[in-house]
Design a protein around this ligand. Structure first.
Ligand SMILES: C[S@@+](CC[C@H](N)C(=O)[O-])C[C@H]1O[C@@H](n2cnc3c(N)ncnc32)[C@H](O)[C@@H]1O
Ligand code: SF4
Length: 370
């Protein structure tokens, strides 16, 4: 009998055209075809091995090929990865299959090939439509390259497109951010992610920040840019569904929603993380393994769930954990009282959720549950 347990699969591709100055993700700038081929072969072996263990237990309903910049690979490698996934796992007919990309890596041939392999969602790292900001970020493309890629992807039949944007970049002004948002909205992608720049240790930005060569945008300005994005996206018909994500109706990313809903996902490839049957593990180069206790699962359900604008369903908490939320967290009630009284945290219609204006304080709420 076919299983109804759903699984998301993440595949990590650790190659980029060049390293952006701010990025802490696991990837290398520049790679040879031989290196790429060797890596893809090791991925295929891993997919085989994981399939032998998990294929019978799950129906795969989302695949996310991320990185790094997966579209740096020759399209045929992407085809081999998806063929292997179909050979080793049961993929749902309507599976959401996303690939992350960088403007300079997309050609008509590649986009057409992705379509034939069943890729039905394309995420494009645009970051900004201002060449000065792109230069500050160390991006390998211009604003014009990004526009061309988006137009090309649409012409090649991609209707489910996400654009990644970044704000609070050193030297960013509100005017410049608003202009990027306007241009993004005018291109009418189905989904827009908007990230506040984080200065990550081990990046050129971090070194320059520590040396006093760049200054962070103030918290006040950062939040102004954040709320401006939400307001403009809302006015343009995008509903925010997570701290940094907004989508046209029905276009929320089903794969990423699994991360915030404590659903099972399997990460394959260097640095990829998994959450499977209560166990969290991360692949080399920094391997981790953690068997979640029931308490871990309960608190993760709450603080990842509160990243979503719809929050958590208290009945789902009871159903998953066999216990009433407020009984389990009776001792946290006083800490949460202030958030509830001032309207930042709302308990309505059997849900606990952050108010529209306060979704970005979820990290403070998280502190109550860890
Ligand atoms: C894993 S990257 C992959 C996308 C693709 N490689 C690209 O950059 O074009 C996904 C997104 O994370 C965001 N990101 C990466 N590093 C960040 C940082 N330090 N602060 C905020 N956002 C960041 C960028 O918007 C980026 O597009
Ligand atoms: S932001 Fe994207 S392109 Fe830039 S280094 Fe990170 S993964 Fe690579």
């Amino acid at each position: 009998m076919m299983t109804t347990n759903k699984l998301g699969i993440y595949i990590h591709i650790p190659f980029c055209l060049q390293r952006c100055f701010y990025c802490g993700f696991h990837s290398q700038g520049g790679s040879s075809l031989l290196q790429q081929q060797a890596y893809v072969e090791s991925l295929l072996a891993d997919i085989d091995a994981y399939g032998a263990v998990y294929a019978d237990a799950y129906l795969v309903d989302t695949v996310f090929i991320g990185g790094g910049t997966p579209t740096i690979l020759p399209a045929v490698f992407v085809g081999m990865i998806l063929d292997k996934l179909r050979e080793c796992f049961v993929l749902a007919a309507d599976a959401e299959i996303t690939i992350e990309s960088n403007p300079k890596t997309l050609t008509e041939e590649k986009l057409a090939a992705f379509q034939t392999y069943g890729v039905n969602r394309l995420s494009i790292g645009v970051q900004s439509f201002d060449d000065r900001i792109l230069k500050t970020l160390g991006r390998a493309h211009s604003a014009e390259d990004a526009v061309e890629s988006i137009v090309l992807a649409k012409e090649c039949g991609f209707s489910n497109i996400n654009l990644d944007l970044m704000f609070a970049v050193p030297g960013h002004t509100m005017e410049c951010w608003v202009d990027t948002l306007k241009q993004a909205i005018a291109l009418a992608p189905a989904h827009i992610s908007f990230y506040s720049l984080q200065i990550e240790e081990g990046t050129p930005f971090y070194d320059r920040f520590m040396a006093g060569e760049i200054t962070e945008i103030s918290d006040f300005e950062d939040r102004r840019m954040y709320h401006k994005a939400i307001a403009m996206l809302k006015a343009a018909g995008y509903a925010q569904y997570e701290i940094s994500n907004a989508a046209k109706p029905g276009k929320a990313c089903r794969h990423n929603l699994k991360y915030w809903s404590m659903e099972d996902y399997l990460g394959i490839g260097e640095s990829a993380s998994s959450y499977l049957q209560g166990v969290r593990f991360t692949e080399a180069p920094v391997p981790e393994f953690h068997v979640n206790s029931r308490e871990d699962d309960m608190s993760e359900f709450v603080f990842t769930g509160l990243r979503k604008t719809c929050g958590i369903k208290l009945a789902e908490f009871s159903h998953r954990f066999g216990a009433d939320f407020w009984t389990v967290y009776a001792d946290r009630r006083s800490e949460l009282a202030a958030f509830l009284e001032n309207g930042q945290l709302l308990e309505t219609c059997g849900r606990l959720q952050l108010s529209e204006d306060c979704i970005d304080i979820s990290n403070r709420i998280m502190a109550v549950f860890v």
